[in-house]
Design a protein around this ligand. Structure first.
Ligand SMILES: Cc1cc2nc3c(=O)[nH]c(=O)nc-3n(C[C@H](O)[C@H](O)[C@H](O)COP(=O)(O)O)c2cc1C
Length: 413
């Protein structure tokens, strides 16, 4: 059984925890019970004891009333089943600790993402708290609203949702089913569902240029998928000017490495003092370590001398290849493969080494493989070489350097 994310919801005493425990029959590996409950009084202490007895000894129990996200990050690396019991109690703990709605929902979003990232299956238990009468006080109403929103967040992206009714599990969502998009007059009917959007944005924001590779081989089928994605990029006049030279031959890689070393020594001359030292300490390629290298090229003669749309801006053929490379980079991230773009090379030497004909330009030399960890931020940012520019300063209106008029872009936080 492959890894799953399962949301178990229902009323109090509806059998949620028991159902979640029974899921361990479906998944082999370690069994971890991550409890958000706090034994603040005698009644709660008794309840916790009863739950412990119910579970038996083969479960590892972790108590984490405020930060199940970090606990999940730590404990979710191995195959098995991890139960988080429960989302609503955790929200309650955060509210009691003074967290506001926005910060709580942001944290819930992080928990949901962490559940997706974990190597183990995760069953997240929650409560359906909105079915009764409107709570009498504001705290109660706030809690009900936050819990409802948090449940929706999890249900949207989890593989399965089960509602417990009087001890009977009712399947609300099963793999392959998508929750219906919310009906909203302001939304485009072509908009992706939240789950699909999250996947796309995750690939974009978690894509990294990687230079550290493990020796783990690249699955030919995964490589096929990412090249297929590259081949579906836009191109001027539908020219599709790209080719992909897939390199696994150690001797060819060695030649490219020699090319890099010469180009890198020349590039280092651009820097002085501390900057030079820092440049020298940066790892700027992974040619030999990466099991696969790909040279992506542009054949400017692909559709003959005239290509629809290219007469005025000749370089649009190279732009098209860059679009294909970006598709490849994002698809690779989704497949768990790391990509490093290497441009510190003599193009002419590369053409000779790969026997590329004159009319064809190498656009990118990519190192592809698995990595221990995708960097959280661009490596050049972490190493203090550059920082990300503020996007708001890069957006102009109606002319170069123009200020907003009647319309201005609303940027996310
Ligand atoms: C056209 C292009 C050429 C690049 N060449 C190199 C290179 O030769 N060596 C290197 O280490 N990184 C190279 N990079 C990676 C950039 O340094 C990296 O994209 C940037 O620092 C932002 O980091 P991120 O891709 O992880 O977001 C290149 C990236 C692009 C788009």
């Amino acid at each position: 059984m492959s890894k799953k994310t399962i949301l178990v919801t229902g009323g109090c005493r509806s059998g949620k925890s028991r159902y979640a425990l029974s899921l361990s029959q479906r998944f082999k590996g370690k069994k971890i019970f991550l409890a958000t409950a706090q034994a603040l009084d005698e009644e709660m202490r008794e309840r916790i004891e009863i739950h412990k007895k119910e579970r038996g000894k083969d479960w590892t129990a972790i108590e984490e009333p405020l930060d199940p996200v970090s606990a999940l990050k730590r404990e979710g690396r191995r195959e098995g089943l991890l139960i988080v019991d429960c989302l609503t109690l955790w929200i309650c703990n955060l509210m009691m600790a003074g967290w506001d709605r926005e910060s709580i929902l942001k944290r819930v979003h992080e928990l949901v993402s962490e559940c997706q990232r974990a190597h183990c299956s995760v069953a997240l238990i929650t409560n359906e708290v909105g079915a009764g009468i409107v709570p009498e006080n504001k705290l109660g109403r706030d809690f009900r609203d936050i819990a409802g929103e948090a449940n929706q967040l999890a249900a949207q992206s989890f593989d399965e949702v089960t509602l417990m009714v009087s001890g009977i599990p009712v399947a609300v969502k099963r793999p392959g089913e998508e929750a219906a998009p919310a009906v909203d007059a302001g939304k485009s009917p072509h908009e992706f569902t939240e789950t699909k959007k999250q996947g796309l944005y995750e690939a974009i924001y978690k894509r990294r240029d990687v230079r550290h590779f493990t020796s783990r081989a690249v699955d030919p089928a995964a490589l096929g998928k990412i090249l297929h994605a590259a081949h579906h990029a836009g191109s001027v006049g539908f020219m599709q000017p790209w080719n992909f030279i897939v390199i696994d031959d150690p001797e060819t890689k060695r030649k490219v490495k020699k090319n890099f070393q010469a180009a890198n020594s020349a590039a280092a001359l651009n820097y002085q003092g501390d900057r030079k030292k820092l440049y020298g300490s940066l790892k700027l390629e992974g040619i030999v370590e990466a099991p696969i290298n790909i040279c992506v090229t542009c054949d400017s003669s692909r559709l003959g001398p005239h290509v629809l749309g290219r007469d005025t801006i000749r370089e649009t053929d190279v732009y098209s290849v860059c679009c294909a490379i970006q598709n490849l980079w994002l698809a690779a991230r989704a497949e768990g493969l790391a990509v490093g773009w290497l441009s510190i090379l003599s193009r002419e030497q590369l053409k000779r080494d790969l026997e590329i004909p004159d009319r064809v330009t190498p656009v990118a030399y990519l190192c592809i493989g698995h990595t221990e960890d995708f960097y959280e931020k661009p490596m050049l940012e972490t190493r203090g070489w550059e920082t990300r520019l503020p996007l708001s300063a890069l957006i102009y209106y109606n002319k170069w350097n123009g200020s907003p008029g009647s319309f201005s872009v609303a940027l996310p936080d």
